[in-house]
Design a protein around this ligand. Structure first.
Ligand code: KG4
Ligand code: ZN
Length: 338
């Protein structure tokens, strides 16, 4: 009861998320999404996302307060994603968070979206071991993070040099005639397929390649070429086998590099996050390889893996608890916040 109540705002992409967290307890996780409006464009359109955030923002705050059974005046601190993300989208969340912080006369914390993806796991599995390694894979980012201290220090070990993992899922799904976003339909189709049917390339896994960076653009192109060759030859495309083989290539590289990073840094805790962490093969392979390497694996439920406001509130709560000074009241959006 005495722990601070933190209100969190997330608007870095297409999800309008408002969360309420007390200590490490999740009280509310209200979400609105403009995904349906982007579907026909095959990707998130920034201008549409910004306008949708603006319309959804206040109703989503009200839903979160009702869900938690609290009043706005009960809030002790406000946290908001300051970046990375789409600038226009971030600005809507920042404006809302500043307005609430100012009106309630409470401290404001502008936070890093990637660190929030890590923090959300604490709502489900309790305090994170420090140091931990984190593998964050979504439509916007693919990163390996070293987390010595979630409130004070999160270091980037590696990242994608081209497409994010989720982007590769979305593009391959398009080639296979599946809807956007492509992760879930590929995951489903792959269940009926043979993951060893086609040997798709594993990007950046050569001996001279950066050990913790990722590349998915070559894989995406390889799948597209393979499918086109089949179509040109007038042969049917074995959709399930293509989906399973592609998914295997992604899961293989991600888990191999995450486990290697843990081993090299002497870290025995790995946490997954981001929308792609909902992938069934990635989860299974991560479990298998972590178990073999003696690494404790933590994976939040799919709902908490994708963008939401609770993750921002969770990180805000950590910052309050650690006594970190609040952000300046004019904290701005940083689309490429490191
Ligand atoms: O974290 P998220 O909701 O939003 C971003 O910050 O991008 O991630 C969305 C991404 C999409 O690319 C979507 O295709 C992917 O996560 N995704 C999946 C699965 N569910 C969602 N990818 C693979 N397998 C899934 N089951
Ligand atoms: Zn995200």
């Amino acid at each position: 009861r005495n722990e601070p109540l933190v209100l969190g705002f997330e608007t870095s992409c297409d999800e309008t998320g408002v969360g309420l967290v007390r200590g490490q307890t999740l009280l509310a996780d209200a979400l609105a999404t403009s995904m349906a409006e982007h579907e026909r464009f095959g990707g998130v359109v920034p201008e549409i996302a910004s306008r949708a955030h603006l319309e959804a923002m206040v109703p989503t705050v009200h839903r979160a307060l009702a869900e938690a059974g609290v009043q706005a005046s009960d809030v002790d601190a406000v946290a908001v994603t300051a970046g990375p993300g789409l600038t226009g989208a971030l600005l809507v969340g920042l404006a809302a968070a500043k307005a609430y912080a100012l009106a309630l006369d409470k401290p404001l914390y502008g936070v890093n979206h990637l660190a929030a993806h890590v923090a959300v796991d604490e709502l489900q599995h309790g305090r994170l071991a420090e140091p931990s390694m984190a593998l964050l894979v979504s439509g916007g980012h693919s990163s390996l993070l070293l987390v010595p201290d979630l409130a004070r220090e999160v270091r980037s070990m590696g990242r994608t040099i081209d497409d994010a993992a989720g982007e590769a899922f979305d593009k391959v799904a398009r080639v296979l005639g599946m809807p956007f976003p492509g992760g879930p339909p590929i995951d489903r189709a792959a269940r009926e397929g043979d993951p060893t049917a086609i040997d798709f390339p594993r990007g950046l896994t050569g001996p001279r390649d950066a050990p913790y960076d990722f590349s998915f653009s070559g894989l995406k192109t390889a799948v597209a070429r393979w499918v086109e060759a089949r179509q040109r030859a007038g042969e049917p495309v074995p959709v399930a086998d293509v989906a399973a083989s592609f998914q295997e290539a992604v899961a293989d590289v991600l888990t191999a590099k995450a486990v290697r990073a843990c081993r090299d840094a002497g870290i025995d805790h790995l946490v997954l996050g981001g929308g792609v962490a909902a992938n069934s093969r990635l989860r299974a392979l991560a479990e298998e390889r972590c178990a073999a390497a003696g690494i404790v694996l933590r994976v939040p439920s799919p709902r908490l893996c994708t963008d939401n406001g609770a993750m921002v509130a969770a990180l805000g709560s950590r910052l309050v608890e650690a006594g970190i000074p609040p952000s300046a009241p004019d904290v701005g959006a940083d689309s490429s916040l490191p």
